[in-house]
Write a protein that binds this ligand. Structure first.
Ligand SMILES: [Zn+2]
Ligand SMILES: [Zn+2]
Length: 487
């Protein structure tokens, strides 16, 4: 009995903090209900895509127990007994004990079982029911109702990985190459010390149910839903929604890339073009980005560094910088594109190689995605635990960090500051509008923490400045995002 109460307490996750319930059902259970099942009907509307239920009741400390389960208007959807006080069910994922699948409209029935209640006890129960809809904005992380860590910080993550739900593979117990179970990717990310990951199987959304099961156990690693929209004209990750996005970039399904981008906008998703510098042709159809008439004002991010190409001839950096030169503010991110969770950590495309480092308000999916949209990001090409840059610009009136815009009229002096941590013996490269400039001291870094300042007299026109850090032998270590002037 004590165990049961503990589990119930543990299961409570404060969903109510996110938003007001759509329905509240209240009642009282007495000894007359002992060892029976109560049916609580409730209506689910046609546009509902997720049903979440939270149960609480009084007199638990007096040996009262209430079990819970649910039927939709057609079939059984799960039973958690007394082991959970909250569950959520959607098309793609559900709390373990419950079945994901289509949210059918009509009358659902919550079942409350009463295994034990003593004579003379009256237990008041309250059931809060929440409905979500396809175009709702994220209220919290998809798989965790609370931030995994509070407070602003640099959080390190990998935004691009594959597993058994697409073409990720690894060696089985007996050494056969098999579709690699998703938990191995999550374990590899944990071993690397990452703070967040997005798993991005090709076009499918079948991996979210596994991710929901893993999140409560991996409570230091934020697990975010993603998918790699994989078309014949390019690949792009979509984050921030679990809804289906039609990837068939051809008539009559999704005739133009504009239709694709608008689908993602409607779902409040984040659209990030992957490995745009890859070739496209028979060897890898659609690997480079070749979709004509792409409206880059709807593109939030570009994978400037992909694990397979890093800084080589297929680097995504020239493609990204070309868009910056055309006046778009698009965040450069990195992604390992891992297809085997067992790759040793220093190899290319190992989980976390490269990592994307994000300055976010806390460790939750909405805040990580907000920070990526804002460009508060740098890429750690080798995915270390601690290499960090902070790049800022100051005028008499204002201050900007990576991703921010600063107004600087002609003649105004802009003072830049570059702080480098754990980058001894490497050297910085300052890039203005795509060209390396010699404004700053680019001699090797001597100290664990070093700051370099330089001034730029503004000409009042539009420019962007960003930083690369290279090792003594020229290997790219860090790719910073731009500070924008007069955008
Ligand atoms: Zn791809
Ligand atoms: Zn991929």
């Amino acid at each position: 009995m004590a165990l049961m109460s503990f589990l119930l307490f543990l299961g409570s996750n404060g969903y109510a903090q996110q938003k007001q319930p759509d329905l509240v059902l209240r009642g009282t259970v007495t000894y007359a209900d002992r060892q029976s099942y109560l049916e609580l009907p409730f209506a689910v509307g046609e546009d509902v895509t997720r049903v979440s239920v939270e149960l609480s009741y009084t007199e638990r400390d007096k040996h009262t127990n209430i079990d819970m389960g649910v039927f939709d208007s057609e079939r059984f959807r799960g039973w958690s007994g007394g082991n959970k006080s909250f569950f959520t069910i959607s098309e793609t994922d559900a709390t373990p004990s419950y079945l994901p699948g289509v949210i059918v409209q009509g009358q659902w029935k919550l079942i409350l079982g009463v295994p034990s209640i003593e004579e003379s006890i009256r237990s008041d129960y309250e059931v809060k029911i929440y409905f979500s809809h396809r175009t709702d904005e994220l209220a919290g992380s998809t798989f965790s109702q609370r931030p995994l860590r509070d407070g602003p910080a640099w959080y390190r993550g990998d935004l691009h990985m594959h597993d058994a739900h697409s073409d990720g593979s690894c060696l089985s117990q007996s050494g056969a190459k098999v579709p690699c179970p998703l938990y191995k990717t999550v374990e590899a990310a944990t071993a690397r010390g990452l703070d967040f990951i997005a798993i991005t199987d090709h076009n499918t959304i079948s991996h979210y149910d596994d991710m929901r099961e893993l999140q409560p156990y991996f409570d230091r690693l934020l697990i975010m839903p993603g998918r790699e929209i994989t078309t014949f004209q390019g690949h792009a990750n979509v984050f921030g929604t679990t809804s289906f996005v039609d990837f068939r970039l051809t008539s009559p399904h999704v005739p133009t890339v504009d239709n694709l981008l608008r689908q993602v906008q409607e779902l409040h998703g984040l659209f990030s073009i992957n490995h745009p510098g890859s070739p496209s042709g028979a060897a890898c159809m659609g690997c480079g980005w070749s979709a004509p008439n792409t409206n880059y004002s709807f593109v939030n991010a570009i994978e400037a560094v992909n694990g397979a190409s890093l800084d080589g001839p297929q680097s995504g950096i020239p493609f990204w910088q070309d868009k910056l030169n055309k006046g778009y503010r698009i965040t450069g991110v990195g992604g390992s594109d891992n297809h085997d969770a067992d790759y040793s950590s220093h190899t290319r495309t190992a989980v976390g190689h490269p990592s994307t480092i994000v300055y976010a308000a806390n460790l939750s999916e909405p805040e990580i995605l907000n920070a990526i949209r804002a460009g508060h990001v740098f890429i750690d090409v080798e995915g270390t635990a601690n290499r960090t840059i902070e790049f800022s610009a100051h005028t008499a009136l204002s201050t900007a960090s990576m991703g921010d815009n600063l107004s600087a009229p002609s003649g105004e002096r802009v003072r830049f500051a570059l702080k480098m941590l754990n980058l001894e013996s490497s050297h910085p490269e300052i890039i203005c509008d795509g060209e390396i400039v010699t404004l700053a001291d680019f001699s090797p870094v001597k100290d664990k923490e070093e700051i370099r300042n330089f001034d730029y007299p503004s000409d009042g026109k539009r420019h962007w400045f960003r930083v690369n850090i290279r090792s003594a032998d020229g290997i790219l270590l860090i790719v910073g995002n731009p500070i924008y002037l007069n955008f």
